[in-house]
Ligand binder design. Structure first.
Ligand SMILES: Cc1cc2nc3c(=O)[nH]c(=O)nc-3n(C[C@H](O)[C@H](O)[C@H](O)COP(=O)(O)OP(=O)(O)OC[C@H]3O[C@@H](n4cnc5c(N)ncnc54)[C@H](O)[C@@H]3O)c2cc1C
Length: 417
């Protein structure tokens, strides 16, 4: 099954160079350890962030991925750290978690870059939300009011101010919001940086090694059964993104999740085409300029099950949105187009913490925020394994909340119209 598709328009330009992964770069293939402190299923940004932080605290950690690191949702991501721009009504608890993670990002980045030796293209120009025309202004004003009520750093801009920040935008731009605290990174170097930092801290990364089941031989989670053999562990973390149910369902642990397909593309900008200097959001798309000259255009949100295909409709939606926002994009070369599955829970928030089975935790459901939330998720598990409990907002995102919501629904009095 393909988890990740890239349409390579030029065979010389691979979307993800496999030689970028830490394992191959370090020229190592570790032997399967007989036993470790923590075994983690899934080497996306979440499994790797947890593994890296735990290995840095002296725990022995093994991370397994059935493909190569990041080839689930993580390498499909744009890399926006957009707590303010993404904030939706009803998402106050998630906002608290997102802001905690935003605050952790600068330190997470400097540790990651210095340990891995890889620049992850952290950019702090901020994010610009744009109304393409007068119809969109009311909805943007509504978003701005919400951001202000939440005390977010979000400045309203008139059309002239918006185009002063981004002169390449179409002249019909009718207003904007500048979210100064919403930065970005590039997942392409971030994934290998995480893999390399994890391995440098003594972690064992097994790519092309599928986890087939959780070892429950002793009546508790005692390791991971993989297609390379059994790796015994004092604790197990299931961090395999939207596929978590494959490992948890057999233990009757219900993770209410579904894949939300996102299609995205990257364009190559030149001096002639120009580029952007901020991440730009419109109602239809977001545009993220990367330091290597690419402009990432994302992303569709489609409830299609596990259909990884890149479609004409997806490409059309991206191109239409692009054309409406940035006229000079017509001359930009298309580098690649791809899809990925956001791991999306019933309340769009992550599922972090214990499962009710001794020795077994879960970290999934990061939906459209896994890059943003990687530092806070890594820290949550560091707190849990080193100090015995999660602290801060992460403690509110356990699996138990779904059971509580179900119970609340059962006890809610019937409404009569
Ligand atoms: C188009 C798109 C754009 C996005 N943009 C952003 C953004 O700008 N900012 C942001 O914060 N987030 C963004 N996201 C969301 C982000 O990509 C995800 O939330 C995040 O990558 C989830 O990480 P993960 O490690 O939980 O899952 P994944 O990256 O999916 O990793 C799970 C891993 O588990 C492996 N696996 C599965 N089953 C098994 C098994 N049985 N055994 C071993 N390994 C297994 C898979 O191969 C995979 O590598 C975007 C997502 C998409 C699709």
């Amino acid at each position: 099954m393909a988890d990740y598709t890239s349409l390579k328009l030029d065979p010389g330009k691979r979307l993800i160079a496999p030689e970028d992964t830490a394992l191959q770069a370090l020229g190592e293939h570790p032997a399967l350890p007989e036993t470790v402190d923590v075994a983690i299923a899934g080497a996306g940004v979440i499994g790797l962030s947890i593994g890296w932080r735990l290995a840095a605290r002296g725990l022995s950690v093994a991370v397994f991925d059935r493909n190569t690191a990041g080839t689930g949702a993580s390498l499909a991501a744009t890399g926006m750290l957009a707590a303010a721009a993404e904030h939706e009504p009803g998402g106050d608890e998630l906002l608290t978690l997102a802001l905690e993670s935003q605050e952790l990002w600068p330190q997470f980045r400097s540790m990651l870059e210095s340990e891995s030796g890889i620049d992850i293209d952290y950019r702090n120009e901020g994010t610009l939300l744009v109304a393409n025309n007068r119809d969109e202004v009311d909805r943007l004003r509504f978003r701005h009011e919400l951001q202000q009520r939440c005390g977010l750093d979000a400045q309203w801009l008139n059309p002239g101010e918006t185009r002063t920040l981004e002169p390449g935008l179409r002249s019909s731009v009718a207003g904007g919001i500048l979210c100064r605290g919403d930065h970005q990174v590039d997942p392409r170097p971030m994934v290998p940086a995480l893999a390399r930092a994890f391995v440098k801290q003594g972690g064992s990364l097994f790519e092309k090694t599928a986890v087939t089941a959780i070892d429950m031989a002793g009546g508790r989670a005692g390791g991971l059964l993989t297609d390379a053999g059994l790796c015994k562990a004092k604790s197990v973390v299931i961090a395999n993104g939207v596929w978590a149910g494959e490992l948890l369902d057999p233990l009757n642990i219900d993770t209410p999740m579904r894949p939300l397909r996102g299609q995205a593309m990257s364009l190559i900008t030149t001096r002639q085409t120009g580029t952007l200097s901020h991440v730009v959001w419109t109602e239809q798309i977001h545009l993220a300029p990367k330091r290597d000259g690419r402009l990432v255009v994302g992303a569709t949100v489609e409830d299609m099950g596990f259909q990884a295909a890149v479609t004409a409709g997806g490409a059309l939606a991206l191109l239409e949105g692009l054309h409406r926002a940035l006229p000079s994009s017509e001359e930009m070369e298309v580098e690649a187009i791809w899809s990925g599955f956001r791991p999306t829970s019933d309340d769009d928030a992550p599922i972090i913490g214990e499962t009710g089975i001794d020795g077994l935790s879960v970290a999934t459901g990061h939906h459209r925020n896994g890059i943003l939330l990687a530092p806070v998720t890594g820290k949550a598990f560091e707190d849990y394994f080193v100090h015995g409990a999660m602290t801060g907002a992460a403690a509110n995102f356990g699996l138990a909340r779904f059971a509580r919501n179900q119970a609340a629904l059962r006890h809610e009095p019937h409404q009569v119209d």
